[in-house]
Design a binder for this molecule. Structure first.
Ligand code: NAD
Length: 364
């Protein structure tokens, strides 16, 4: 099977490609514009494989997409390319509208033209798999405000109510993808997943940012009280789920993917501090003495505008219908993640390329 994967140089896309090349016999064509978030270094361990090809292409460029489809003749698409950082979407929504909405539309049209020209068996087997987020659903009741909060989880039938420019642009793209099946019969699948974490996560996101700031003795920014709840999913569990969906999922279906790991942001930051106290005590900076915990660096800062209070996924459908469930608990996954960042600090410095210094983004 040949898979065309957009956004394959990013955090999740590169985990998907490493999974496919290392653990399956499928071929991959990686279509990526290489924005600040895309790094080919994330693919170094597999990029010499004969089953891997790279095309530096913007998904908003219809002519280039048509060339790629004609040249590579994929059997399915996994669409991950996106602007993905909520704080950046607050500062500059235009890029999110362009890539996440116009780019998805352009890819859908190029895919539809290509799919229509396939022979009947290939046409029927074709899949356009759109990778989306649980943020499209808005937020759930929070235990601090509602006694029965834990009974509320996002299901595939939850109504959309996005809060940020990022989640609104993803919601819009989800609607386009489903409309292309209803109107044109393009065989699509949508997955909505919770917050991912793990190796190769760009240091603007909470977990890598906290690890790197801690090691440098810098403040660990926690938005507001830090009581916002997210459901954390280890990226390699997500990669396995996505491959299962594109190869075994049913056209027209939506699958929610989550880690069964609800944690407040403050709990996440404190857990990282405890792990660093164990794995990297006495870091070489002056902000901490030998007896101190990294927790002393935690600094509460102004909350994100429009910040959703709680996300949590009911991943029952993908478990029952496709037999997927996460292998990592939060405790095992976060330990692996912290160890990876400790061993790969060079990667962190290289991908930040001078244009981003882990400064606060997304304030109005
Ligand atoms: P990322 O920001 O790490 O990577 C995005 C990739 O897309 C980069 O390699 C970038 O170069 C590429 N890209 C951006 N604009 C492009 C364009 N116009 N044309 C071609 N390539 C372009 O993102 P991620 O965290 O890996 O997320 C991947 C997908 O999963 C996104 O669609 C995101 O919405 C979704 N998602 C992410 C999470 C999460 O926790 N990270 C959770 C749920 C869903």
């Amino acid at each position: 099977m040949k898979l065309l994967i957009t956004g394959g140089a990013g955090f999740i896309g590169s985990a998907v490609i490493r999974h496919i090349i290392n653990h399956t016999s499928s071929q991959v064509v990686n279509v990526d514009k290489l924005t600040y978030a895309g790094n080919l270094e994330n693919l170094r361990e597999i990029d010499s494989s004969e089953r891997y090809a790279f095309e530096q292409v913007d998904i908003c460029n219809r002519a280039e997409l048509e060339r790629v489809f004609t040249q590579h003749q994929p059997d399915a698409i996994m669409h991950l390319a996106a602007e993905s950082h909520v704080d950046r979407s607050i500062d500059g929504p235009a890029a999110f509208i362009e890539t996440n909405i116009v780019g998805t539309y352009t890819l859908l049209e190029a895919a539809r033209a290509y799919w229509q020209g396939l022979n009947a068996p290939r046409k029927q087997a074709f899949r356009f798999h759109h990778i989306s987020t649980d943020e499209v659903y808005g937020d759930l009741p929070h235990p601090a405000e509602s006694a029965d909060a834990q009974q509320h989880l996002f299901t595939e039938d939850t109504a959309y109510a996005p809060s940020s420019p990022y989640s609104a642009s993803k919601a819009s793209s989800d609607h386009l993808v489903r409309a292309w099946m209803r109107t044109y019969d393009l065989p699509v699948i949508v997955t909505n997943c919770s917050n991912n974490y793990g190796p190769y996560h760009f240091p603007e996101k909470l977990i890598p940012l906290v690890i790197l700031n801690a090691l440098e003795g810098k403040p660990l920014p926690v938005y507001g009280k830090g009581d916002q709840i997210r459901d954390w999913l280890y990226v390699e569990d997500h990669a396995r789920a996505l491959y299962k969906v594109v190869t075994e999922g049913k056209a027209g279906e939506t699958y929610n993917i989550g880690g069964h790991n609800e944690k407040t942001n403050l709990e996440v930051v404190q857990t990282i501090c405890t792990l660093l106290d164990e794995l990297a005590p006495k870091a070489s900076h002056s902000a901490l003495d030998a007896e101190s915990s990294y927790k002393q660096l935690i600094t509460h800062v102004t909350d994100r505008p429009g910040h959703d209070r709680r996300y949590a996924i009911d991943a029952g459908k993908i478990q029952q219908e496709l037999g997927w469930q996460p292998l990592e608990t939060f405790e095992s996954g976060i330990r692996k993640t912290v160890l990876w960042y400790l061993e790969n600090q060079e990667w962190c410095h290289r991908v930040q390329d001078g244009s981003y210094q882990r400064e606060r983004l997304g304030q109005i």
